[in-house]
Write a protein that binds this ligand. Structure first.
Ligand SMILES: NC(=O)c1ccc[n+]([C@@H]2O[C@H](COP(=O)([O-])OP(=O)(O)OC[C@H]3O[C@@H](n4cnc5c(N)ncnc54)[C@H](OP(=O)(O)O)[C@@H]3O)[C@@H](O)[C@H]2O)c1
Length: 239
């Protein structure tokens, strides 16, 4: 049986749509989960959504895209939990709005800040304590736009591609150590923020969470340096 009892994980972006599924799955496996957000109200909303699963949730008002705030989060997590068994980077968000030649510099800078700079600050802050912890994991969530350009969403694809390469570089740098760095490349995910029903083949945030919980557990210990594509749920067999 999958258990993460006694282990503590930091989920950056845990107050977001996909992050919620990751946080729920880790909590249900018995982990303690530290979730930062820039907004207290988002953390309170997450706690309410989790209901009885929220035992073991530790929320911290922090900005993982800011070096000093992210360092305070790390220090608080280490003080409260002793060691951190894993960090999950579910940071960023989708932007689609204009051809690359018409993107404003404000939109360009915001998308790169949210989808590239913040994941880098988070990785830079948490990789060191993770390297010091036996069996630790670092898991980054990315999207298929990192691989395939989407019209009018150029900055999202560019930031996603750079962040995917960052994760691969981190995995290369961790090779030969005990730290397992893995990346999930996700297709569209149905979250609480999805407008409408989505498509039947889309994964749900809880399904992504279940896979993350498996990957960071002892059951996933043979997987290291992987880029796992989770694009569509397979269609059911037709009679
Ligand atoms: N939703 C999908 O269909 C989908 C598909 C493929 C891949 N993904 C990937 O899944 C991850 C999460 O996506 P999502 O849909 O869950 O997004 P979301 O609901 O918008 O949540 C994004 C989270 O990222 C954090 N964040 C964004 N910009 C930040 C910044 N500049 N500094 C610090 N924190 C920042 C937010 O933190 P605060 O709480 O502080 O605001 C928020 O919790 C992303 O990496 C995305 O590429 C999502």
């Amino acid at each position: 049986m999958l258990t993460l009892a006694g282990r503590s994980f930091v989920v950056a972006g845990g107050a977001g749509g996909v992050g919620e599924g990751v946080v729920r799955a880790l909590l249900r496996a018995g982990a303690r989960v530290i979730v930062p957000s820039r907004e207290r109200a988002r953390l309170d909303a997450l706690r309410a959504l989790l209901g009885r699963d929220a035992d073991g949730l530790h929320t911290v008002e922090a900005d993982v895209g800011d070096f000093s705030s992210c360092a305070r989060l790390r220090d608080e997590a280490l003080r409260a939990h002793g060691t951190i068994a894993g960090a999950v980077s579910a940071i960023g968000g989708w932007w689609q709005g204009a051809r690359l030649t018409r993107v404003s510099s404000e939109d360009w800078e915001r998308v790169l800040r949210n989808n590239l700079h913040a994941p880098w600050v988070f990785a830079r802050t948490f990789l060191e304590p993770l390297h010091a912890t036996e069996g630790a994991t670092y898991t980054l969530l990315s999207g298929t736009a990192a691989l395939e350009p989407v019209v009018d969403a150029g900055p999202s694809s560019i930031a996603g591609a750079a962040t995917l390469m960052m994760a691969r570089a981190l995995a290369a740098e961790a090779k030969g150590t005990h730290l397992r760095v893995n990346t999930l490349v996700l297709g569209p995910v149905r979250t609480r923020n999805t407008r409408g029903p989505g498509m039947p083949e889309w994964l749900t945030a809880d399904e992504v969470g279940a896979y993350v919980a498996h990957l960071v557990s002892d059951q996933g210990r043979m997987v290291s340096g992987a880029v796992v594509h989770m694009v569509d749920r397979p269609a059911p067999v037709r009679p």
